[in-house]
Design a protein around this ligand. Structure first.
Ligand code: DX5
Ligand code: ZN
Length: 217
């Protein structure tokens, strides 16, 4: 199964973002964590940084919006240059309308679920989505420990996607590393976000290649 490896720039040096983004040759998408200090207890970056990055970097951007009111803000991230926008089920007032709006703009729509949000509640929405994100940590910070208790949820998500006969991606984000990625892949994930496992490595591009090899094993 071909795997996607999406480095999270949250673990990169923010003073050299374009260089850090270019350093992960072989990455499929660049994962950009947008946090508003309301939906999660942390604050990162917003539209101006995404706009600049989109201009400076060849790898397409997937903006993971950990913000309130994604119904209002997600479309502006597509306008800023994101090729994919991930919004949280817990924050969206009208996820179907929002997914349709994002897709109508020509970007990919992805729905993210915090650890406590059941995947079954959202299965009927899958045909409206390009990707589902099962969070494997509580969103808000990089470098957290992978939550093993999410593996059954990844398995159930995979079953639901296959049962619908859909081609959507199944992404995991949080604590994904050389020691956890195989478990995620075995459970059915095929899109992998990795922050500290990539940017904490001496050679980020080699880390991307190694994670991909492990995920496809
Ligand atoms: C956490 C973010 C993740 C984070 C992952 O809320 O959504 O994308 O950057 O970082 P690692 O891979 O270090 O857990
Ligand atoms: Zn993320």
């Amino acid at each position: 199964m071909p795997a996607q490896i999406n480095p999270s720039i949250l673990a990169a040096d923010f003073s050299r973002l374009a260089d850090e983004a270019a350093a992960v040759t072989g990455a499929d998408w660049l994962h950009v964590d947008v946090m508003d200090n309301h939906f999660v207890p942390n604050l990162t970056l917003g539209l101006p940084v995404v706009e600049s990055l989109a201009r400076a970097v060849e790898t397409p951007l997937d903006c993971h919006l950990m913000i309130e009111d994604p119904d209002r803000w997600a479309p502006t991230y597509v306008e800023a240059g994101a090729g994919s926008v991930t919004f949280h089920a817990e924050a969206a007032a009208a996820p179907v309308r929002l997914a349709r709006e994002i897709r109508a703009q020509g970007a990919r729509a992805c729905l993210a679920l915090k650890p406590g949000t059941p995947v079954e509640s959202y299965a009927d929405l899958f045909p409206e989505l390009d990707m589902l994100l099962v969070m494997t940590v509580e969103p808000g910070f990089g470098g957290q420990e992978f939550l093993d208790i999410m593996l059954p949820k990844i398995r159930r998500a995979r079953q639901l996607i296959d049962r619908h006969g859909l081609r959507m991606g199944l992404q995991v984000d949080g604590g994904v590393s050389a020691s956890t990625i195989e478990r995620c892949a075995e459970a059915g994930a095929d899109v992998f976000v990795a922050g500290s496992a990539v940017y904490g490595a001496e050679d980020p591009a080699a880390a991307v290649a190694a994670l991909r090899a492990q995920a496809e094993r």
